[in-house]
Design a protein around this ligand. Structure first.
Ligand SMILES: Cc1cc2nc3c(=O)[nH]c(=O)nc-3n(C[C@H](O)[C@H](O)[C@H](O)COP(=O)(O)OP(=O)(O)OC[C@H]3O[C@@H](n4cnc5c(N)ncnc54)[C@H](O)[C@@H]3O)c2cc1C
Length: 303
């Protein structure tokens, strides 16, 4: 029996582990894939305070080292469900069952991808899923952004501030985001929008050189030279296995505010997997600290 089990070892889970260990709790951190989470896919991070530039892998390793230094237990396993046993919680995984007084869910989310052959190879070489994270690397260049929802529109407006030209590629014949953002975008002289269009190929010569497009109505094909492609077609949390223990919103995010409390006593949530406006490393770390201290208070209040 541990005091706290943390599900997921991204920035939120690693920070939660750090705070819980420093509060003298026993901690088991369970991760199914990559210690470090999404950030391990980022070759360059420039918005983590105090570090001018660092690779995502290096940052993740430093976070993990710090947690290990404080003596957290770790387990490589996939959590498949959590059961509320009253006095404690039982966490079922593909490597067996574990028990704790409190659980912090830090399962993150994944960016939806286009599903193109060389897409993964080009991450950090022109393909990005986050304009806030990577937009500045493309100042003065021609880029394209895929999507027509609020995130894509907001990111297109932001990118048009410093990129030479922005092409918005939308698969439907209309934008699904707010009209206010659409008209903001229409007023930008360096933005072109193409509707009913799909990205069919990423052209590369070690890094992204351009994209091939196909109009889904006419079948017409074209090529666009761009140095950057931002994919803003949504994120997907993987919270299905938690829906019996806590409430998810219509998009699958665990419903919680800045307090990181769920509807279930003893179950806390932190990072990209919860309902929130900004999904970044710093906000995930912030949640991790808040959730860990809330879990510590919960455990202490039962004594
Ligand atoms: C390519 C890329 C570049 C980015 N660049 C930046 C940047 O420059 N700056 C910035 O601030 N943000 C950046 N981000 C966003 C940032 O990485 C995320 O906001 C942050 O990692 C969220 O942290 P998290 O701990 O909430 O979730 P995640 O990092 O998603 O971690 C969740 C972890 O939980 C694990 N997990 C999920 N389900 C289970 C389960 N059932 N059992 C066990 N483990 C589970 C996952 O494997 C994962 O390791 C980038 C994201 C990507 C993809």
């Amino acid at each position: 029996m541990h005091d706290i089990i943390i599900v997921g070892a991204g920035p939120a889970g690693l920070t939660a582990a750090l705070y819980a260990k420093r509060a003298d709790k026993s901690v088991l951190l369970i991760e199914k894939e990559n210690f470090g989470g999404q950030i391990t896919h980022s070759p360059k991070v420039e918005n983590y305070p105090t570090l001018m530039q660092i690779s995502g892998n290096e940052l993740a390793q430093m976070m993990l080292d710090q947690v290990m230094e404080h003596g957290a237990d770790i387990e490589l396993a996939e959590v498949q469900g959590i059961t509320d046993m009253g006095e404690f919680k039982r966490v079922s995984t593909d490597m067996g069952e574990f028990e704790a007084e409190a659980v912090i869910i830090c399962s993150g989310s994944k960016h939806r991808q286009l599903g193109l052959e060389n897409e993964n190879d080009l991450i950090g070489k022109g393909v990005s899923y986050c304009a806030v994270c990577d937009g500045a690397f493309f100042a003065g260049t021609d880029i394209a952004i895929v999507g027509g929802g609020n995130t894509a529109l907001q990111e297109a407006v932001m990118l048009s501030e410093y990129c030479s030209h922005v092409t918005v590629v939308q698969n439907l014949s209309y934008m699904t985001g707010e009209a206010r953002l659409v008209s903001q975008l229409e007023r930008r002289p360096n933005v072109t929008t193409v509707f009913d269009t799909l990205v069919t190929e990423l052209i590369e010569d070690d890094k992204l050189e351009g994209i091939k497009l196909r109009n889904s109505k006419t079948g017409e094909e074209s090529t666009l030279a761009v140095e950057g492609l931002f994919v803003a077609i949504g994120q997907k949390p993987e919270n299905e296995c938690f829906e019996n223990i806590t409430r998810l919103n219509e998009y699958g995010y665990i419903v919680a505010d800045e307090g990181c409390l769920t509807d279930t006593e003893g179950i806390f949530v932190a990072g990209d997997c919860r309902t929130k406006a900004v999904r970044q490393i710093t906000t995930a770390c912030s949640d991790g600290a808040v959730a860990a201290l809330a879990a510590c208070r919960y455990i202490d209040s039962k004594k």
